[in-house]
Design a protein around this ligand. Sequence first.
Ligand code: AMP
Ligand code: MG
Length: 337
Amino acid sequence: MELLRVDAREPDPIVIGRAADELKRGGLVAFPTETVYGLGVNALDERAVERLYRVKRRPAVNPLIVHVADVPAARALVTRWPDAAERLANAFWPGPVTLVLPKRAHVPDLVTAGLPAVGVRVPAHPVALALLRACALPIAAPSANRSTELSPTRAEHVVKSLGDEIEMVLDAGATDVGIESAVIDLTGARPRLLRPGALDPRRIAEVAGELEFTRHDPDADAPRVSPGMMERHYAPRARLVVVGHRLGELARAHELAALVRARGGRVARLDFGGLRVEVDVARSFAAQDAEGVARVLYDTLHAFDEAQVALILVEAPPEGTEWLGVRDRLSRAAASE
Ligand code: AMP
Ligand code: MG
């Protein structure tokens, strides 16, 4: 594996050219997007896509997001471009919003996990955009980690998780948004939010019209609205528990922490200033806004894993719609296998 440093704002065209050549050859190249690091392959190369699934140990039922350089490149992958797509693309691209639209026949079924629709987006990271332009290919890029694990927000996370099995990693430092894109299904009568991102869904609704949203409920036996929506996902190695502000929940957190520590395990706490359980490693969110918290969430959980804690207690985020993405990732990280 080659690890290449690249400037996040002005990526060196020679480095980008080498990464683009690797993609054209069918290689696996990890690169930064504004959300998390992606593991890229040529979306039209079935053998490369197949290898991507194998390396990530990703179940074949979980579709990939295809990254493109601009709107025309997105439209080349889909059979319909409704008004809502035009408005959303104008408002949020390049940016952390993925649109799901009926796919054209040349988009391999493997990419969409057999679904008739494909997820596309234009990422806002200069390195990702330079790479897309240099290779002139649609790049299928899920997060650059093994399936179900925490997504990488730094190149180091990628190297640790997948370094032995991929061709190249472009290192441009920490990503900015910190959690994965919002995914919006535009194939139905009304736009549907399949996965919330760091962006307040109200801002999306202002552009796309009222959004349908099926709240993810780990206990519900409801049909899955989107593949990859309900299983344990985005999870650190340690057990993670979200602690609400009810007395019962606080008492349980104290008990759990004491129990783990009595057995010699280390406990970490991540709080907004309102959770005071005794632990071995404590961090408070410096920012109190949803975007600021999303930015550092995975990075902090990665650091806890590095510190080999057995239990992570996270103070429940506030209730507002802008916290939907953070709450979604935490509830899935807390889901049992
Ligand atoms: P990841 O690339 O690991 O962030 O995961 C991509 C996620 O986007 C999937 O788990 C799905 O939830 C969603 N997604 C991608 N493509 C589609 C699609 N064609 N239809 C529905 N959901 C999709
Ligand atoms: Mg992922």
